[in-house]
Design a protein around this ligand. Structure first.
Ligand code: PEP
Ligand code: MN
Length: 261
């Protein structure tokens, strides 16, 4: 593997004190409506979380599933951004609306399904913003790191690598969280590496142990799906955790993170 940029890219995430605390990104799977998002944002602020998941566009396996609020969701994002002191993380699935992301999103998320969509990587990188890059569930670590190089080469401020589970023969969990990938990515790049135990587990009762395992393996942080009323989640309801579970998880994850330094 011939990495060029991932070795020496400095980390700049809007003043986030990287290395002093774990990087936690949280929020519902989909941006559903203003009320639920505001309730979640207020809760996360109280928990000292600085990054909010706000997905207005959703890449869904089935065309019959909720596809996200789309451009209307960005009206909600703008309001939330003005009312709360949280950085907005949102997934880019449609290049035709890149201007909305340029204007209102602090960190552009590239989802697992688009990890090797090179046109999207180049366009996202060219905004100059930090990019959160999910590992594709069928991609090797080498392919993931090369995708990060596309982003950095195009001008991304930094890239947050996110391991979210890969497809294996095991059907108990939605995907299989690859802790080796986290440990390896930490070893050979200076980029922040986080884990998404929510999509890896696919079930709320396994989010906590996977989160702690990832942090113990060296992850710099976590992306978590949290919802004010998990069973009412419009998407990924089975893996959503509620506020009290979230509070307990983050407390433990912060302890493990400190112990693993
Ligand atoms: C997400 O985080 O909203 C998502 C779709 O995850 P992934 O790309 O990892 O499947
Ligand atoms: Mn989801």
């Amino acid at each position: 593997m011939k990495l060029v940029r991932a070795y020496d890219k400095l980390i700049n995430l809007g003043g986030f004190p990287f290395g002093e605390e774990p990087l936690i990104i949280a929020g519902p799977c989909s941006l559903e409506n203003y009320e639920r998002m505001a309730e979640t944002a207020a809760f996360l602020e109280r928990e000292n979380v600085r990054f909010l998941r706000a997905a207005a566009y959703k890449p869904r396996t089935s065309p019959y599933s909720f596809q996200g609020l789309g451009a209307a969701g960005f009206e909600i994002i703008k309001k939330i951004k003005a009312e709360f002191n949280l950085q907005i993380v949102s997934e880019l699935v449609d290049l035709s609306v890149l201007d909305l992301f340029r204007e209102s999103v602090d960190i552009i998320q590239i989802g697992a399904r688009n990890m090797q969509n090179f046109a999207t990587l180049k366009a996202a990188g060219a905004t100059g913003k930090p990019v959160l890059l999910k590992r594709g569930f069928g991609n090797t670590v080498e392919e993931w790191l090369y995708a990060a190089e596309y982003l950095l080469g195009a001008g991304a401020e930094t890239v947050i690598l996110c391991e979210r589970g890969i497809r294996t023969f095991e059907p108990l969990t939605r995907d299989t969280l690859d802790l080796g990938a986290i440990a390896y990515a930490k070893k050979i790049t200076r980029l922040p590496v986080i884990a998404d135990p929510s999509h890896a587990a696919g079930r709320s009762d396994l989010v906590l142990p996977l989160a702690l395992g990832a942090v113990a393996a060296g992850a710099d942080g976590l992306m978590l799906e949290v919802h004010p009323s998990p069973s009412e989640s419009v998407s990924d309801d089975e893996q959503a955790i509620g506020f009290s579970e979230f509070r307990a998880l983050v407390k433990k994850a912060r302890e493990v993170w400190r112990a693993a330094r």
